[in-house]
Design a protein around this ligand. Sequence first.
Ligand code: PLP
Length: 367
Amino acid sequence: MPPKIHPPLAKLPATIPFVAPEHTERVAGRPFEARLGANEGNFGCSPFAIEAMAEAARNDVRNYPDPECFELRQALCAHLDVEMNNVVAGPGIDGLLGYTVRIFSSPGDTILTSLGAYPTFNYHVAGNDRQLHTVPYDEDKEDLAALLDAAQKLCPAILYLSNPDNPMGTWWSAKKIAGFVDALPEQTLLILDEAYGETAFEGTLPPIEPTRPNVLRLRTFSKAYGLAGLRCGYAFGHEDLVAPFEKVRNHFGVNVMAQKAAIAALADQAWLAATVEKIAAARARIAKAAMTQSLQPLDSATNFVTIDCGQDGGFAMDVLKGLMARGVFIRKPMAPGLDRCIRVSAGRPEELEVFELSLSETLDALK
Ligand SMILES: *Cc1c(COP(=O)(O)O)cnc(C)c1O
């Protein structure tokens, strides 16, 4: 008899939440000209983060990283105005989502999310043998009223919400989110994924209240900070929500370069502000390119623009394929109702030029 696989896993298909652009490049036998599909930091990262990484490469990588991420958490505490026991660092939001599902739910528990929301969360739900329940989007936003209704009926162990949202780029005001939190069942943990918190407009992020017993907020250095390859994110909330991470987390999971670069990146808020402006300019340019082609861009509070291609999911898929074939990596929402759209990340002017030309060629070819 071969070694036995944990039965709930044995019945699951192997899954890749996101097919990597590197995979597509290997299959195609050539690199993309513009990488606009993963909402990465196409404007780079703070020069101080680069210097910190170089310094860590010379002096620190031979050693294990600080398993407590002490200095990074200290910097995060100052940034968020919370205490050390309110913050845990981890290998990106993706890694923290896996821990969160393990800590706050049991096999068979119901977990609530929106249909078409962030797939890596769903991946962890399935891999831990929990039951996913979904609520459709309404007018391209996560449907707070319907989520609340489902939460009150189902009393899920966890409710996952991202604000601003991926893949649509839409958002709710801080006030709406606060009202939503107030009405949730006490025993439901809200995971508030703020991967795009840095690009959110004023009045979108609720005040930080680590006294809330059932809200865990997640942020990352992957998007506006431009450090996706480092794998560094953090969770913050009530100390009773943060403490159990010490039971499951990979203690060396935030590597030494990531810790040092994240501290340097966080300290360079001037660089971040300038980058957020570049992102806004790129969003405006993507929106204009879409409108020039009679496509409808959605308003976005993120580092991408979701574009309504005006027809069904099949047509939007053809647009995506046309762009990919012309060397432009993008992605698209797949859920019914959202699948009429493509999603284009904020890129540098030279990348957006390639996008504009390829979009025009693609749509001509589809006529
Ligand atoms: C990009 C993204 C993440 C991934 O963050 P990492 O810190 O790189 O793991 C998580 N959630 C949402 C909604 C995202 O768009």
